[in-house]
Design a protein around this ligand. Structure first.
Ligand code: PNS
Length: 161
């Protein structure tokens, strides 16, 4: 089976992530979406909620599995028998970080391949950090996030103000 992993912090899931997931599913039979905390950022949403958003969007999709992970991505990949990582690139400034991660992962686990998908042009401006600002200042986030996150925010809006 043709498997890949799409790792990220998904804090929260955006339509940009959904675009990358859907297009990965055209390339791979099985996509493991691996949710973790990025050591460079403090998460706004709890890990369990971030996982719930993805599960709700891909409920009953046979090709999608969602799991949390801690530690090195390469170790998690080895434990799950996966050698392909998918990452999205929105703008040129994403490239430097992605390039460093892909090469470092390759040095840690030489069998690994990173596949970069360029974001759909309508999503290149989307970032979880900008979305969190819009949430905090009560702007309209509807064009940027999927229903699972909208529903959650309607219920928990106060916690984010
Ligand atoms: O969505 P993000 O926050 O850009 O995702 C970054 C992520 C989670 C993919 C990256 O921080 C990661 O792989 N973390 C796990 C720890 C690890 O393996 N670090 C070394 C990467 S070279």
């Amino acid at each position: 089976m043709n498997k890949a992993i799409y790792p990220g912090s998904f804090d929260p899931l955006t339509l940009g992530h959904i675009d990358i997931i859907n297009r990965s599913l055209n390339l791979f039979d099985h996509l493991l979406i691996a949710v973790t905390d990025n050591s460079r950022k403090t998460p706004t949403f709890k890990l369990e909620d971030r996982i719930k958003f993805i599960k709700e969007e891909y409920n009953n999709h046979k090709g999608v599995e969602v799991l949390p992970f801690k530690g090195l991505l390469v170790d998690f990949m080895k434990n799950n028998g996966i050698k392909t990582v998918v990452r999205g690139i929105r703008v040129f400034s994403d490239f430097e970080y992605e390039f460093q991660m892909a090469l470092t992962n390759k040095q840690l686990f030489s069998d690994i391949e990173t596949v970069f998908l360029l974001s759909e042009i309508t999503h290149t401006n989307l970032s979880s950090s900008l979305i969190k600002d819009i949430i905090r200042f009560k702007g309209n986030i509807d064009p940027f996030i999927p229903n699972s996150v909208k529903k959650f925010l309607m219920k928990h809006q106060k916690e984010f103000l």
